[in-house]
Design a protein around this ligand. Structure first.
Ligand SMILES: [Zn+2]
Length: 189
């Protein structure tokens, strides 16, 4: 597989990390090899045969280590990315015609699933780190959500992964404001 679009690769990495969601009754969104296959296909990652149990375990381990790219402090962010791509089955190559040249990455098709996925996700996140800066790679602040996201706001002010979590945050703030008032009313009675 030829990796050209590193934005898409970073998006795949984030979606993979977000397949563990403590807001759900069962947080594990990749419970089986077939769920993994469905997830990968839906995200444009080629899988020619059913992943094995071992593939699934390795992908979950990859997911945990990629999470550090968002959850850890800056130096560890780089380490987590570098670990993912250090042994990745990938060959960089430059090619082109006229003025249109590009750097692409050929990922070995016969490498193990988790290794191919590590290559694509690692390249995507490496590119995101250098393009946007480590402080823009964040984890949602609305507990128990742990989703990761890219904060592209002007002043780095975004704290939540989605509109859903923004609403949860303002609902919680609203409840917190209501509580003391209710207590004050009861005291007056
Ligand atoms: Zn969230």
């Amino acid at each position: 597989v030829l990796v050209r679009d590193l934005d898409a690769a970073a998006l795949l990495a984030m979606r993979l990390i977000n397949t563990y969601d403590p807001y759900q009754a069962d947080p594990e969104l990749l419970p089986s090899p077939s769920a993994l296959r469905t997830f990968l296909r839906a995200n444009g990652f080629a899988v020619d045969r059913e992943p094995s149990r071992r593939d699934l375990a390795n992908v979950r381990a990859l997911r945990d280590s990629l999470r550090k790219v968002f959850a850890a402090r800056s130096p560890q962010k780089a380490r987590a990315v570098n670990e993912a791509i250090a042994s990745a089955p990938v060959t960089p190559a430059v090619s082109g015609k006229g003025g249109d040249w590009e750097l692409t990455y050929e990922v070995e098709d016969n490498a193990a699933l988790a290794s191919r996925l590590a290559a694509v996700c690692g390249l995507g996140l490496a590119d995101a780190l250098q393009r946007y800066g480590p402080e823009r790679l964040k984890v949602c602040d609305v507990a128990p959500c742990q989703d990761v996201f890219l904060d592209l706001s002007k002043n780095l002010v975004r704290r939540h992964c989605s509109r859903t979590c923004a609403n949860r945050l303002s609902a919680a703030a609203f409840r917190a404001r209501q509580k003391p008032r209710r207590r004050a009313r009861q005291a007056q009675r």
